[in-house]
Design a protein around this ligand. Structure first.
Ligand code: ADP
Length: 398
């Protein structure tokens, strides 16, 4: 099958055309700064060189129109006509507890996604815009919605409920949802392959460490707990997000500093995490590593807090899973920072984790980075959310 994968942000649209039989990427591209004065479009047809151009892109509809013109273009294109596309897979951030699986998009599904916008007011409306734009230009092509939250719908009640009055769950659906589902699912699947085991016989902890970051306990291929919560603010400390804190702190800062609730939440979302803990040095692990190497105490404090925070979740999830076969690092930090992987693994002595220092420093692609004697296998596996979406489209339609 040829599947077009669409991933819409508020001012961006990422796409990939994938031949799912061979998992070959036929074309990929990115529209940036949609709706702004100076837009940008970059496009890579297959193995050929990247083409970039400055171009004003008024809205997501125009982006989809340009996308279609480009991939079917006689010179730049990779397919003869739109009829060659068998399905479109849309990334949708929040499926609430309505969507536990990817679904074929119908009017009813669109209403369902609209209802979930309450839980993701920034993301879901933009995802819907991508769906509507594709429906306009490809009215006869089947569309499938794949949700960031659905992988975690398998969590048991004791994992997803908060210790607050039950009526908030019953009435308002206040519960843990979890995010990065496509990444956790993809990486857990690849980990099982590398273990040479049927995924149903594995216990894996996946660490998706990007600007936003979450840890997931995957038992037999199923998510049983994850660190993000009702929103992506919960869990481990992130680039600028606090992760889980004592909720009373919100009240305390608001009262002491005479700030509104919104202002305090803004601090927790944009001025906390590595950025806040480092005394506003940086939210980026590349900068922090450079400073760490120079002995900068602010950078050291931030990276130590990050590795401690990750380790605590891993420890908890080992117990939740009843043991662990593998721990896998992925996303911007997980794939690229040998230092963060090392700092985390050094804290996992109690599990018998031994890192192969050389492999950890020089690893490329998907590989094992633990030493032969390590009791738990450690992997570095690049995530591929678009491939995960394409696989799920195939599964849904077959
Ligand atoms: P997101 O998709 O959540 O925005 P990414 O997965 O792209 O984030 O991860 C971005 C983060 O990855 C950056 O903020 C940076 O901290 C980290 N990162 C990227 N490249 C490197 C690198 N070479 N070394 C260390 N950290 C890196």
């Amino acid at each position: 099958m040829k599947v077009l994968v669409i991933n819409c942000g508020s001012s961006s649209l990422k796409f990939r055309l994938i031949d799912t039989a061979t998992e070959t990427v036929l074309a990929r591209g990115l529209f940036e700064r949609i709706g702004q004065e100076k837009g940008g479009f970059s496009y890579i047809p297959g193995e050929k060189d990247k083409i970039t151009e400055d171009r004003v892109i008024p809205d997501h509809y125009e982006a989809v129109k340009i996308l279609i013109e480009t991939i079917t273009d006689s010179r730049l294109g990779v397919i003869g006509s739109l009829d060659d596309i068998d399905a479109v897979g849309h990334r949708i951030v929040h499926g609430g507890d309505k969507f536990a699986h990817p679904v074929v998009i119908t009017d009813e599904v669109i209403r369902g996604i609209e209802e979930c916008s309450r839980l993701a007011p920034i993301h879901n409306p933009v995802n819907l815009l991508g769906i509507k734009a594709c429906m306009k230009y490809m009215p006869d092509t089947v569309m499938v919605g794949v949700f960031d939250t659905s992988f975690h719908q398998t969590m048991p009640e004791e994992a997803y409920l908060y210790g607050i009055p039950y009526e908030y769950y019953e009435r308002d659906r206040v519960r843990k949802y979890g995010f990065h589902g496509m990444s956790h699912e993809y990486v857990a699947g690849e980990t099982a392959k590398m273990l040479g085991k049927d995924i149903r016989d594995t216990r894996i902890i996946t660490c998706h460490l990007g600007n936003g970051a979450s840890i997931c306990a995957v038992k037999g291929g199923i998510s049983v707990d994850t660190s993000m919560g009702f929103t992506p603010l919960a869990g481990i400390i992130m680039g600028t997000r606090s992760g889980g804190i004592d909720p009373e702190i919100v009240n305390y800062i608001a009262t002491e500093e005479n700030k509104s609730l919104q202002e305090v939440m803004d601090i927790l979302n944009t001025k906390s995490g590595l950025y806040g803990v480092s005394g506003y040095l940086s939210s980026d692990v590349r900068d922090l590593t450079e400073e760490y190497d120079k002995g900068n105490e602010d950078a050291k404090r931030a990276l130590n807090k990050l590795s401690y925070s990750i380790t605590k979740f891993i420890g908890a999830y080992v117990v939740v899973l009843g043991g662990v076969d593998a721990i896998t690092f992925t996303a911007g930090i997980g794939e690229n920072s040998w230092l963060v992987r090392k700092l985390v693994c050094e804290r996992l002595n109690a599990l018998g984790v031994v890192l192969d220092e050389e492999k950890n420093k020089n690893v490329k692609g998907a590989d094992m980075i633990s030493a032969a004697e390590s009791k738990v296998k450690i992997f570095r596996i690049p995530t591929d959310e678009e491939m995960s979406i394409a696989r799920q489209v195939v599964k849904t339609l077959s």
